[in-house]
Design a binder for this molecule. Sequence first.
Ligand code: SAH
Length: 281
Amino acid sequence: MKVGSSEAKEDVAKFYNGSGTVRVAGKIRDRWGGNLHNGFWHDDTDDAPPEVATDRLTDLMIERLVPRPGQRVLDIGCGIGKPATRLLRAHPVHVVGITISESQVDQARADAVSNGLADRVTFGHADAMRMPFSDGSFDAAWALESLFHVPDRDRALAEAARVIRPGGRLAIADFVLRTPVSDVARRAVERITTTFGVHSVSSLDDYLGQLSAHGFTDIDVTDISDNVARTGTLLADAWEDVRDQLVENGNAEKVDAMITATRDFSNTPEFGYILLSALRV
Ligand code: SAH
Protein backbone atom coordinates (compact mmCIF):
# COMPACT_ATOMS: atom_id res chain seq x y z
CA MET A 1 0.00 0.00 0.00
CA LYS A 2 1.30 3.38 -0.97
CA VAL A 3 -0.23 6.76 -0.37
CA GLY A 4 0.26 9.78 -2.57
CA SER A 5 -1.51 12.91 -3.75
CA SER A 6 -0.45 15.91 -5.74
CA GLU A 7 -2.82 18.10 -3.70
CA ALA A 8 -0.74 17.48 -0.64
CA LYS A 9 1.51 20.50 -0.39
CA GLU A 10 -1.15 23.14 0.15
CA ASP A 11 -3.00 20.89 2.59
CA VAL A 12 0.13 20.43 4.61
CA ALA A 13 0.96 24.13 4.68
CA LYS A 14 -2.60 24.88 5.75
CA PHE A 15 -2.43 22.23 8.43
CA TYR A 16 0.72 23.68 9.96
CA ASN A 17 -0.26 27.33 9.43
CA GLY A 18 -3.45 26.53 11.30
CA SER A 19 -5.52 28.63 8.94
CA GLY A 20 -9.15 28.02 9.84
CA THR A 21 -8.77 24.52 11.22
CA VAL A 22 -6.53 23.58 14.09
CA ARG A 23 -3.54 25.41 15.45
CA VAL A 24 -1.52 22.30 15.87
CA ALA A 25 1.74 23.26 17.45
CA GLY A 26 0.83 26.37 19.40
CA LYS A 27 -1.66 25.06 21.89
CA ILE A 28 0.47 22.24 23.23
CA ARG A 29 3.82 23.85 22.69
CA ASP A 30 4.91 23.84 26.33
CA ARG A 31 3.84 20.28 26.85
CA TRP A 32 5.54 19.01 23.70
CA GLY A 33 8.67 21.09 24.10
CA GLY A 34 8.34 22.76 20.68
CA ASN A 35 9.19 19.54 18.84
CA LEU A 36 6.73 18.44 16.17
CA HIS A 37 7.74 14.81 16.27
CA ASN A 38 7.45 11.54 18.17
CA GLY A 39 9.01 10.82 21.51
CA PHE A 40 11.44 7.99 22.22
CA TRP A 41 10.91 5.80 25.29
CA HIS A 42 13.39 3.10 26.25
CA ASP A 43 10.74 0.66 27.53
CA ASP A 44 7.36 0.47 29.28
CA THR A 45 8.78 1.56 32.60
CA ASP A 46 10.31 4.71 31.12
CA ASP A 47 8.12 7.59 32.28
CA ALA A 48 9.91 10.47 30.59
CA PRO A 49 7.50 13.31 29.73
CA PRO A 50 6.97 14.16 26.04
CA GLU A 51 9.27 17.20 26.07
CA VAL A 52 12.13 14.95 27.22
CA ALA A 53 11.25 11.99 24.99
CA THR A 54 10.96 14.17 21.87
CA ASP A 55 14.36 15.76 22.55
CA ARG A 56 15.78 12.24 22.84
CA LEU A 57 14.61 11.50 19.32
CA THR A 58 16.42 14.62 18.13
CA ASP A 59 19.55 13.43 19.92
CA LEU A 60 19.38 10.07 18.15
CA MET A 61 19.19 11.96 14.87
CA ILE A 62 22.15 14.15 15.83
CA GLU A 63 24.17 10.97 16.44
CA ARG A 64 23.25 9.76 12.97
CA LEU A 65 24.25 13.02 11.36
CA VAL A 66 27.78 12.93 12.86
CA PRO A 67 28.17 16.71 12.49
CA ARG A 68 31.68 18.16 12.25
CA PRO A 69 32.64 21.70 13.33
CA GLY A 70 31.85 24.34 10.73
CA GLN A 71 29.68 22.11 8.58
CA ARG A 72 26.56 23.34 6.81
CA VAL A 73 23.52 21.27 7.65
CA LEU A 74 20.17 21.43 5.85
CA ASP A 75 17.04 20.82 7.92
CA ILE A 76 14.32 19.63 5.53
CA GLY A 77 10.96 20.37 7.13
CA CYS A 78 12.29 22.28 10.13
CA GLY A 79 9.02 22.91 11.98
CA ILE A 80 9.40 25.77 14.45
CA GLY A 81 13.13 25.14 14.64
CA LYS A 82 13.40 23.21 17.89
CA PRO A 83 15.49 20.29 16.52
CA ALA A 84 17.79 22.77 14.74
CA THR A 85 18.24 24.67 17.99
CA ARG A 86 19.23 21.49 19.81
CA LEU A 87 21.71 20.60 17.07
CA LEU A 88 23.21 24.10 17.14
CA ARG A 89 23.65 23.96 20.91
CA ALA A 90 25.38 20.57 20.71
CA HIS A 91 27.67 21.24 17.75
CA PRO A 92 29.38 24.29 16.20
CA VAL A 93 27.64 23.94 12.83
CA HIS A 94 25.54 26.18 10.61
CA VAL A 95 21.96 25.21 9.85
CA VAL A 96 19.58 26.17 7.06
CA GLY A 97 16.01 25.15 7.82
CA ILE A 98 13.18 25.00 5.29
CA THR A 99 9.47 24.51 5.83
CA ILE A 100 6.35 24.76 3.71
CA SER A 101 4.61 26.79 6.43
CA GLU A 102 5.21 30.56 6.54
CA SER A 103 4.05 30.86 10.13
CA GLN A 104 6.66 28.30 11.18
CA VAL A 105 9.37 30.36 9.48
CA ASP A 106 8.33 33.42 11.51
CA GLN A 107 8.27 31.46 14.76
CA ALA A 108 11.59 29.71 14.08
CA ARG A 109 13.30 33.01 13.21
CA ALA A 110 11.98 34.74 16.30
CA ASP A 111 13.16 31.88 18.52
CA ALA A 112 16.61 31.86 16.89
CA VAL A 113 16.98 35.54 17.75
CA SER A 114 15.84 35.09 21.34
CA ASN A 115 18.12 32.06 21.74
CA GLY A 116 21.11 34.05 20.47
CA LEU A 117 21.60 31.64 17.54
CA ALA A 118 20.57 33.89 14.65
CA ASP A 119 24.13 34.15 13.31
CA ARG A 120 24.35 30.39 12.79
CA VAL A 121 20.91 29.54 11.43
CA THR A 122 18.58 30.74 8.71
CA PHE A 123 15.00 29.61 8.22
CA GLY A 124 13.07 29.99 5.00
CA HIS A 125 9.95 28.99 3.18
CA ALA A 126 10.78 26.37 0.53
CA ASP A 127 9.52 23.12 -0.89
CA ALA A 128 11.53 19.95 -0.33
CA MET A 129 10.69 18.93 -3.90
CA ARG A 130 12.24 22.08 -5.36
CA MET A 131 14.97 23.38 -3.12
CA PRO A 132 16.45 26.81 -3.81
CA PHE A 133 20.04 25.65 -3.22
CA SER A 134 22.92 24.89 -5.54
CA ASP A 135 24.34 21.41 -6.07
CA GLY A 136 26.53 20.06 -3.30
CA SER A 137 26.03 23.11 -1.09
CA PHE A 138 25.51 21.15 2.17
CA ASP A 139 27.72 18.75 4.12
CA ALA A 140 24.70 17.00 5.56
CA ALA A 141 20.93 17.08 5.70
CA TRP A 142 18.22 15.67 7.88
CA ALA A 143 14.50 15.22 7.51
CA LEU A 144 12.81 14.72 10.82
CA GLU A 145 9.25 13.55 10.25
CA SER A 146 8.78 15.68 7.17
CA LEU A 147 9.13 13.37 4.17
CA PHE A 148 5.83 11.60 4.81
CA HIS A 149 4.12 14.91 4.03
CA VAL A 150 5.78 15.35 0.68
CA PRO A 151 3.57 14.36 -2.28
CA ASP A 152 6.52 12.97 -4.24
CA ARG A 153 9.12 11.53 -1.90
CA ASP A 154 11.22 10.28 -4.76
CA ARG A 155 11.63 13.84 -5.97
CA ALA A 156 12.48 15.10 -2.49
CA LEU A 157 15.17 12.42 -2.16
CA ALA A 158 16.53 13.37 -5.58
CA GLU A 159 16.73 16.97 -4.35
CA ALA A 160 18.45 15.90 -1.13
CA ALA A 161 20.99 13.95 -3.20
CA ARG A 162 21.58 17.00 -5.37
CA VAL A 163 22.19 19.51 -2.58
CA ILE A 164 24.33 17.25 -0.35
CA ARG A 165 27.95 17.13 -1.46
CA PRO A 166 29.50 13.75 -2.33
CA GLY A 167 30.59 12.13 0.93
CA GLY A 168 27.94 14.04 2.90
CA ARG A 169 25.34 12.42 5.14
CA LEU A 170 21.57 12.22 5.17
CA ALA A 171 19.55 11.28 8.25
CA ILE A 172 15.82 10.57 8.20
CA ALA A 173 13.16 9.87 10.82
CA ASP A 174 9.97 8.66 9.19
CA PHE A 175 7.01 6.32 9.20
CA VAL A 176 6.99 3.14 7.15
CA LEU A 177 4.13 0.77 6.54
CA ARG A 178 4.70 -2.69 7.91
CA THR A 179 2.96 -5.19 5.69
CA PRO A 180 0.62 -6.97 5.48
CA VAL A 181 -1.82 -4.17 6.28
CA SER A 182 -5.08 -5.55 7.69
CA ASP A 183 -8.45 -4.08 6.70
CA VAL A 184 -8.84 -2.45 10.10
CA ALA A 185 -5.38 -0.95 9.82
CA ARG A 186 -6.07 0.20 6.28
CA ARG A 187 -8.97 2.28 7.55
CA ALA A 188 -6.82 3.72 10.32
CA VAL A 189 -4.08 4.50 7.81
CA GLU A 190 -6.64 6.32 5.67
CA ARG A 191 -7.84 8.34 8.68
CA ILE A 192 -4.26 9.23 9.52
CA THR A 193 -3.34 10.19 5.97
CA THR A 194 -6.37 12.43 5.46
CA THR A 195 -6.10 14.11 8.84
CA PHE A 196 -2.36 14.65 9.00
CA GLY A 197 -1.45 15.30 5.39
CA VAL A 198 0.55 12.07 5.20
CA HIS A 199 1.19 11.63 1.51
CA SER A 200 4.30 9.49 1.10
CA VAL A 201 4.32 6.42 3.23
CA SER A 202 5.41 3.05 1.93
CA SER A 203 7.22 -0.10 2.90
CA LEU A 204 10.81 0.12 4.06
CA ASP A 205 11.92 -1.78 0.95
CA ASP A 206 10.42 0.88 -1.31
CA TYR A 207 12.16 3.55 0.74
CA LEU A 208 15.53 1.84 0.52
CA GLY A 209 15.12 1.33 -3.22
CA GLN A 210 14.50 5.06 -3.70
CA LEU A 211 17.54 6.01 -1.63
CA SER A 212 19.83 3.67 -3.55
CA ALA A 213 18.45 4.91 -6.86
CA HIS A 214 19.44 8.45 -5.88
CA GLY A 215 23.00 7.57 -5.01
CA PHE A 216 22.83 6.93 -1.28
CA THR A 217 24.92 4.12 0.11
CA ASP A 218 25.90 2.67 3.52
CA ILE A 219 22.25 2.86 4.50
CA ASP A 220 21.72 2.12 8.16
CA VAL A 221 18.20 1.57 9.49
CA THR A 222 16.95 1.22 13.05
CA ASP A 223 13.33 0.26 13.63
CA ILE A 224 12.16 2.18 16.70
CA SER A 225 8.42 1.54 16.22
CA ASP A 226 8.03 0.18 19.75
CA ASN A 227 9.96 3.07 21.28
CA VAL A 228 7.77 5.76 19.73
CA ALA A 229 4.42 3.93 19.92
CA ARG A 230 3.25 5.81 23.00
CA THR A 231 3.30 9.14 21.19
CA GLY A 232 -0.15 8.87 19.59
CA THR A 233 -1.89 8.27 22.92
CA LEU A 234 -0.03 11.04 24.75
CA LEU A 235 -0.55 13.54 21.94
CA ALA A 236 -4.26 12.71 21.71
CA ASP A 237 -4.53 13.22 25.49
CA ALA A 238 -2.77 16.57 25.17
CA TRP A 239 -5.17 17.68 22.46
CA GLU A 240 -8.21 16.45 24.43
CA ASP A 241 -7.09 18.72 27.25
CA VAL A 242 -7.09 21.79 25.00
CA ARG A 243 -10.06 20.71 22.86
CA ASP A 244 -12.12 23.74 23.95
CA GLN A 245 -9.41 26.06 22.68
CA LEU A 246 -9.11 24.21 19.39
CA VAL A 247 -12.81 24.20 18.62
CA GLU A 248 -13.88 27.35 16.83
CA ASN A 249 -16.17 28.27 13.92
CA GLY A 250 -17.88 24.91 13.79
CA ASN A 251 -14.73 22.84 13.31
CA ALA A 252 -15.51 20.44 16.19
CA GLU A 253 -15.84 17.50 13.84
CA LYS A 254 -12.38 18.17 12.40
CA VAL A 255 -10.81 18.51 15.82
CA ASP A 256 -12.36 15.26 17.00
CA ALA A 257 -11.26 13.49 13.81
CA MET A 258 -7.74 14.71 14.49
CA ILE A 259 -7.81 13.38 18.03
CA THR A 260 -9.11 9.99 16.85
CA ALA A 261 -6.50 9.78 14.10
CA THR A 262 -3.79 10.69 16.60
CA ARG A 263 -4.80 7.78 18.81
CA ASP A 264 -4.72 5.57 15.71
CA PHE A 265 -0.96 6.06 15.52
CA SER A 266 -0.57 4.18 18.79
CA ASN A 267 -3.17 1.56 17.93
CA THR A 268 -1.96 0.65 14.46
CA PRO A 269 1.20 -1.46 14.60
CA GLU A 270 1.32 -1.38 10.80
CA PHE A 271 2.45 2.22 11.19
CA GLY A 272 6.12 1.53 11.82
CA TYR A 273 8.84 4.08 12.48
CA ILE A 274 12.46 4.11 11.42
CA LEU A 275 15.62 6.12 11.89
CA LEU A 276 17.88 5.97 8.89
CA SER A 277 21.19 7.36 7.83
CA ALA A 278 23.03 7.14 4.54
CA LEU A 279 26.06 8.43 2.74
CA ARG A 280 25.88 10.45 -0.46
CA VAL A 281 28.19 8.77 -2.97
N1 SAH B 1 11.28 18.52 11.80
C1 SAH B 1 10.42 19.31 12.66
C2 SAH B 1 9.00 19.45 12.09
C3 SAH B 1 8.27 18.17 11.80
S1 SAH B 1 6.60 18.49 11.27
C4 SAH B 1 10.37 18.71 14.04
O1 SAH B 1 10.74 17.54 14.18
O2 SAH B 1 9.98 19.40 14.98
C5 SAH B 1 6.75 18.38 9.50
C6 SAH B 1 7.47 19.54 8.86
O3 SAH B 1 7.62 19.27 7.47
C7 SAH B 1 6.72 20.87 8.95
O4 SAH B 1 7.65 21.87 9.25
C8 SAH B 1 6.19 21.06 7.54
O5 SAH B 1 6.00 22.42 7.17
C9 SAH B 1 7.32 20.44 6.75
N2 SAH B 1 6.96 20.10 5.37
C10 SAH B 1 5.90 19.38 4.95
N3 SAH B 1 5.89 19.30 3.60
C11 SAH B 1 6.97 19.99 3.16
C12 SAH B 1 7.51 20.27 1.88
N4 SAH B 1 6.91 19.84 0.76
N5 SAH B 1 8.65 21.01 1.81
C13 SAH B 1 9.26 21.46 2.94
N6 SAH B 1 8.79 21.22 4.18
C14 SAH B 1 7.66 20.49 4.29
